[in-house]
Design a protein around this ligand. Structure first.
Ligand code: SF4
Ligand code: SF4
Length: 312
C-alpha cells in the first residue's frame, strides 16, 4: 500500500516514497565489514554525536566477548569475503571485554579497526594494546576522532579539555607505530582543500604523514534540514550505484539494554530504529535494506559517505 502523499509522509513506508515512487533498496553484495557496537556509554558527550553517546546512555549495552565470538565464528564458516572487523561505540575502550574481542577478531586474520577518542579509556590500556599490536603486526588500525584540526573547533563539539587528552593519546599511538586513521568532520563551511591542508599541518606536527596516516572526512547531518527521499530512479539521476553505500557490504552487531542476546543491524548509523534490525544471526541478515530513513539520503546517498562507522 502506498504511503499518504505529502512532506509529512516522508520515510514512512518502506516500499514507497511519499511521492509514490518505489523506494530504493540496497542488496547485500557481500559481507565485507562486520561491525560490533561495544555499547553506547562514552567518557564524552559530544554535541551532535550521531548515536547520542555519553556517560549515561546505555541503550546499547556492553557487548560481551562470547557474544562477539559467536558472530566471528559464523562469519568464519560462511563469509570468506569478510575482510574487516570494526568496533565502534560509545567509546570501545570502556567495554570491559574489549581486549578479548580485539584478540578474537585479530586471530581471524582479518584487518581490525577500532574507532576511539584516544582519551583516558584507551590510555589506561597502553600495555595490552602494545602487546596486541606486536602480536598482530599491521592488522590493527585505530581511527581517532579529531573533529577539526584546530583545538577550539574540536572542543566546541567535545568540550573543554578534550583536545589535550586526545592529543596525548594520538601522540602515544604515533610514537608506538600503531596504524592510525583520523576521522574529521566537514561542518564549518570550509572547502575540502582547506580542511585537508589544516590536517596536513597537524599530521606533520605529529609525524603522522610519515607513517601514512589516513584522513576520513564525514559529511554533516542536520536534523532540521529538508531531505529528499531516495527512490529507485535516483540511482540513475545521481549517477550512483547501490553497492556504493555502507549497507551493501556491512552489518553491525549490537545488544540492546535488557535484551538477552545481540541483534544485527543494517549499518552503524541507525542504532535505534527497529526497522533496520535485520535478525539474530548473519544468516538472517542478507536481505536488501530499504532506504527508509533520512540518514540514508542525507549521509549515504547525497552526502557521499561510503566509509563505515559514522562519526565517533
Ligand atoms: S543509513 Fe546508509 S548504510 Fe544505513 S541503511 Fe541507510 S543507506 Fe544503508
Ligand atoms: S562522538 Fe564519539 S566520543 Fe563523542 S560522545 Fe559520541 S561516541 Fe563518544
Amino acid at each position: 500500500m502506498r504511503a499518504e502523499q505529502g512532506v509529512s509522509a516522508k520515510f514512512r513506508d518502506p516500499e514507497w516514497t511519499a511521492g509514490g515512487d518505489r523506494r530504493a533498496a540496497v542488496p547485500l553484495s557481500g559481507l565485507e565489514t562486520l561491525w560490533f557496537n561495544t555499547g553506547t556509554l562514552c567518557n564524552l558527550a559530544c554535541r551532535d554525536c550521531y548515536i547520542e553517546s555519553g556517560p549515561r546512555n546505555d541503550r546499547l549495552a556492553y557487548l560481551r566477548r562470547d557474544e562477539a565470538r559467536r558472530f566471528l565464528d559464523e562469519a568464519g564458516r560462511n563469509h570468506p569475503e569478510l575482510a574487516e572487523i570494526g568496533f565502534t561505540g560509545g567509546e570501545p575502550f570502556m567495554n570491559p571485554d574489549i581486549l578479548g574481542m580485539l584478540e578474537d577478531a585479530l586471530a581471524t586474520g582479518r584487518r581490525t579497526l577500532v574507532l576511539t577518542n584516544a582519551m583516558k579509556p584507551m590510555q589506561r590500556l597502553k600495555a595490552p594494546l602494545l602487546a596486541l599490536n606486536r602480536r598482530f603486526p599491521g592488522m590493527l588500525t585505530l581511527r581517532v576522532s579529531v573533529d577539526h584540526h584546530a583545538q577550539a573547533r574540536h572542543e566546541e563539539l567535545r568540550g573543554q579539555g578534550s583536545w589535550r587528552s586526545m592529543m596525548e593519546g594520538l601522540a602515544w599511538l604515533v610514537d608506538n607505530d600503531f596504524t592510525i586513521a583520523i576521522a574529521g568532520r566537514r561542518r564549518w563551511g570550509e572547502t575540502e582543500e582547506a580542511i585537508r591542508d589544516g590536517y596536513g599541518v597537524l599530521f606533520d606536527r605529529l609525524g603522522l604523514r610519515r607513517q601514512g596516516g589516513d584522513l576520513v572526512l564525514f559529511p554533516e547531518m542536520d536534523p532540521e534540514a529538508e531531505v529528499p527521499e531516495i527512490s529507485e530512479r535516483c540511482w540513475g539521476i545521481l549517477g550512483k550505484r547501490p553497492d556504493s553505500v555502507m549497507c551493501a557490504t556491512s552489518r553491525m552487531v549490537v545488544r540492546r539494554k535488557e535484551a538477552d542476546r545481540p541483534v544485527v543491524l543494517s549499518c552503524t548509523l541507525l542504532a535505534y530504529d527497529p526497522q533496520f534490525e535485520m535478525g539474530a544471526t548473519l544468516a538472517e541478515v542478507a536481505r536488501p535494506v530499504s532506504l527508509n530513513h533520512r540518514f540514508c539520503a542525507e549521509f549515504c546517498v547525497l552526502g557521499g559517505a561510503s566509509c563505515g562507522g559514522g562519526g565517533h
